[in-house]
Design a protein around this ligand. Structure first.
Ligand code: NAD
Ligand code: UFG
Length: 338
């Protein structure tokens, strides 16, 4: 069996997926230019699985290097995580986002076509649904006008993959993640945001660890159960498992169509205040927080209908939000030497 190329395999979701793939007996090769990750992640992966995956420090925007990689490596499938993902930054530097998220995808798909690699998994996001009309969100919900260049890159990427599947032998699955949180139980890998975290859970754990003074909760005047926004927080280890299942679906030619889309969430919506309360319970720490104004661009409420992922993909979550928060806290403590 050929190797699986994991782009962005040293990043947050990529590293957990590399572990899951290796534990399933698949051989992994990683491309990651360390733009948002550290080489030490390889140590964590090796400690958990006993296998140090081969890593190429290639910038996927470098078409020549990408071409050379595929000439030298026989690859049976690609899981494409590498991308820039900060929504605010994408508003300030849209071309950076279009180059890093779109050009890289096109180069990879060109190589897949050249080398007849048919199995392709793409990291998409629930951001493609915008503010949904109906909850929970099914895969049939309309893709809404993107609220940021980042969100737009996910929509355009899905269209590029769909078009490629129509006219070539490519078989692909887009996985639309809801809100991934947590860390591996071993505490060998986890989320390592560079600079001030944009996302809720790393901001909570850094505040509890004393790195941040207090958490700002962006709005308590929404029309939700407690006024704060609702999201579907999924344990990153569950999310990683879904990539193995999706890849095996393509490799085993079990897909029903050349291009398929699945929501990856838990199906449960939790408010920001509920997440804070759950964190305080599992950590035993009192969190410093204050309510501030709404964050521009935030949708009010999103959570997944997971029926298709459960019944068609054959995957379901195993872990609770509390377990995810506990693992995130243990990881933060380990990273900070607490
Ligand atoms: P991450 O930043 O931790 O990982 C991405 C990895 O890709 C990093 O290690 C980075 O160094 C690498 N990378 C970026 N550009 C590259 C390039 N040009 N060449 C080579 N390597 C490059 O992000 P993540 O949270 O693991 O997200 C993975 C994917 O999932 C992304 O496509 C992201 O948009 C998507 N996604 C993430 C979330 C989330 O909340 N984390 C939600 C929905 C979708
Ligand atoms: N929040 C706070 N304070 C913070 C950070 C977040 O109150 O310091 C709130 C947000 O307002 C939101 C919730 O916590 O209500 C979750 O926010 P995140 O930034 O963690 O996650 P988002 O749902 O806003 O964004 C995530 C990904 C994006 C993706 C989007 C799709 O980070 O990449 O989901 O909906 F585009």
């Amino acid at each position: 069996m050929g190797k699986v190329l994991v782009t962005g395999g040293l990043g947050y979701i990529g590293s957990h997926t590399v572990v899951a793939l290796q534990q399933e007996g698949l051989e992994v090769v990683i491309i990651d230019n360390l733009y948002n990750s550290e080489l030490s992640v390889l140590d964590g992966i090796e400690t958990i699985t006993g296998i140090r995956p081969v890593h190429y420090n290639i910038d996927l925007r470098n078409k020549i290097e990408v071409t050379r990689f595929f000439e030298n490596n026989e690859v049976e499938g690609v899981i494409h995580f590498a991308a820039s993902k900060a929504v605010g930054e994408s508003v300030e530097s849209p071309l950076l986002y279009y180059e890093n998220n779109i050009n890289t995808l096109v180069y990879l798909l060109q190589e897949c076509s050249k080398h007849e690699i048919t199995n392709f998994i793409f990291s998409s996001s629930c951001t493609v649904y915008g503010e949904p009309d109906v909850l929970p969100i099914t895969e049939d919900a309309p893709v809404k006008s993107a609220m940021s260049p980042y969100g737009n890159t996910k929509q355009i990427s899905e269209e590029i993959i769909f078009d490629t599947c129509k006219s070539t032998i490519l078989q692909a699955i887009s996985l639309r993640y809801f809100n991934p949180i947590g860390a591996h139980d071993s505490q060998e890998i986890g989320e390592l945001p560079k600079g001030s975290p944009q996302n809720l859970v790393p901001f909570i754990t850094q505040t509890a660890a004393g790195l941040r003074k207090e958490l700002s909760i962006f709005g308590d005047d929404y029309g939700t159960k407690d006024g704060s926004c609702i999201r579907d927080y999924i344990h990153v280890v569950d999310l990683a498992e879904a990539h193995v299942v999706a890849l095996q679906r393509l490799m085993g030619k079990k897909n029903l169509m050349p291009y398929e889309v699945f929501n990856l969430g838990t199906g449960r919506g939790s408010s920001v205040l509920e997440v804070v309360a759950a964190f305080e319970k599992v950590s035993g720490e009192k969190l410093n927080y204050k309510i501030v104004g709404r964050r521009s661009g935030d949708v009010v409420s999103v959570y997944a209908d997971t029926t298709k992922a459960n019944n068609v993909l054959g995957w379901q979550t195993q872990k609770t939000m509390e377990e995810a928060l506990e693992s995130a806290w243990k990881w933060e403590q380990k990273v900070r030497g607490l």
